[in-house]
Design a binder for this molecule. Structure first.
Ligand SMILES: [Zn+2]
Length: 188
């Protein structure tokens, strides 16, 4: 999942009463894709983490959520903000369940509905999700002005359409990874 993660973060923000400036809101959007950022880090340092083993499985996500929550608490001293960050990180893998196919428990089965194999289906899932998140956030009046703008959602819908049209479903992994060629994890 790609822009759908941002929709989830926007929705989470809309339900939190805590004040959150632009920088914190951008940090929350980034928190929604932390497991993917961790995958990118593994690639940079050449570690093979097949099928999200060290980034998307239960223990990895719990650890990532704890670290991000800790940072959020240090930065804001707000329990509400911290909980919002933790929740957004924890929701990453359940969201990926729909689009990809990966490990959820180390040594467990590969799970996922693999919508990436049908980009139109992926688009029909992610676009309503990101629009719903944007709409909730806009309606809540808790959004930075740029994020509540129509341009923001138009850009995200176009981004998702471009990815679905030209990148997703082409049979290759979305993410570079440090694994031998035989294992080519389906990115998400
Ligand atoms: Zn992911």
């Amino acid at each position: 999942m790609i822009t759908g993660h941002l929709g989830i973060a926007a929705a989470a923000r809309s339900f939190s009463r805590e004040p959150m400036g632009s920088i914190l809101f951008v940090a929350l959007l980034l928190a929604a894709i932390v497991p993917d950022a961790v995958d990118a880090l593994y690639w940079v340092i050449d570690i093979c983490s097949p099928y999200g083993l060290y980034s998307h499985t239960t223990y990895a996500v719990a650890l990532e959520a704890a670290i991000i929550g800790g940072l959020a608490f240090l930065a804001t001293r707000s329990r509400g903000v911290t909980l919002t960050f933790v929740l957004v990180v924890l929701l990453h893998s359940p969201a990926d369940y729909f689009t990809g196919r990966k490990l959820f428990v180390p040594g467990g089965e590969m799970l996922g509905l693999r919508m990436y194999e049908r980009p139109i289906v992926d688009w029909m899932l992610e676009v309503p999700l990101v629009i719903a998140g944007w709409w909730l956030l806009r309606r809540s009046g808790r959004s930075p002005r740029w994020a509540a703008s129509v341009w923001a959602i138009v850009a995200l819908v176009l981004l998702q359409a471009t990815l679905d049209a030209f990148v997703i479903g082409r049979g290759r992994s979305l993410k570079p990874n440090g694994c031998p060629v035989v294992t080519s994890p389906v990115g998400a």
